[in-house]
Write a protein of this length. Structure first.
Length: 229
């Protein structure tokens, strides 16, 4: 019997390490790709992201743990810090994308085709992580509310397991990887593979992500074709 997605609940614990790993990868990509900022500013941004990440880890620890390993409760301060970190990543990647766009449209003569492809791949991968973080952070009130089972908001994204319990374990719940997969498929194929966007803000966000991904692809293909001919 199908479940009612609007009534879907289930307190549980979500492992932190996939989120931490994804943020570290995105922060590293920001450090090695060109931006409109000085290299020292890029390094400072990377350091700030890592420091915020460490604060999040320590603030989420449970009794007996050195650092937080699971998301198990909603803490407004921790969530605001998490949102600030996502904003920093978004702005950093936006700056990198702007630099690449200027290089492509300006037809810089010193740009190398291989470097262009590598930098574009870094921007695209960071975009996937950043949008996954936005989906993960705002679906049903955030990961803390989902862990507590206290999210009063309707699900913004409906996963197959929420309508057909036979597709997952009895205690199944969406974790960060599920949102990462949604973000990847939307950026790669301009459509979600399995999940259904239920709220307008998710549909608008997915449209924005697909538009950015398509624009980046078309710009780079046109530039690489020009460099190789």
């Amino acid at each position: 019997m199908a479940a009612d997605p609007a009534a879907w609940r289930g307190p549980g614990r979500e492992p932190y390490w996939p989120v931490f790993l994804a943020i570290l990868v995105a922060a590293f990509l920001q450090l090695v790709t060109p931006t409109v900022m000085d290299v020292w500013v890029d390094s400072a941004l990377f350091t700030l992201l890592v420091l915020v990440l460490l604060v999040l880890m320590f603030s989420s620890r449970e009794d007996g743990d050195l650092v937080g390993r699971h998301i198990h409760t909603h803490t407004p301060g921790v969530r605001r810090l998490s949102q600030g970190l996502i904003v920093l990543l978004s702005l950093g990647n936006l700056a990198t994308g702007a630099v690449l766009t200027v290089q492509i449209l300006g037809r810089a003569v010193d740009i190398d085709a291989f470097d262009l492809l590598v930098n574009t791949a870094a921007v695209w991968a960071t975009n996937v992580i950043v949008f996954a973080l936005w989906y993960w952070e705002y679906d049903r009130g955030g990961p803390g509310h989902r862990a507590e089972g206290t999210g009063d908001e309707p699900p913004a994204i409906i996963f197959p397991q929420m309508t057909d319990p036979s597709l997952g374990a009895p205690d199944w719940r969406p974790f960060f990887f599920d949102y990462l997969f949604l973000s990847f498929t939307n950026a790669a194929s301009f459509a979600s593979a399995d999940a259904i966007p239920a709220l307008r803000w998710v549909k608008a966000t997915m449209m924005l992500q697909a538009s950015l991904s398509l624009s980046l692809l078309l710009l780079v293909l046109s530039r690489v074709a020009g460099l190789l001919t």
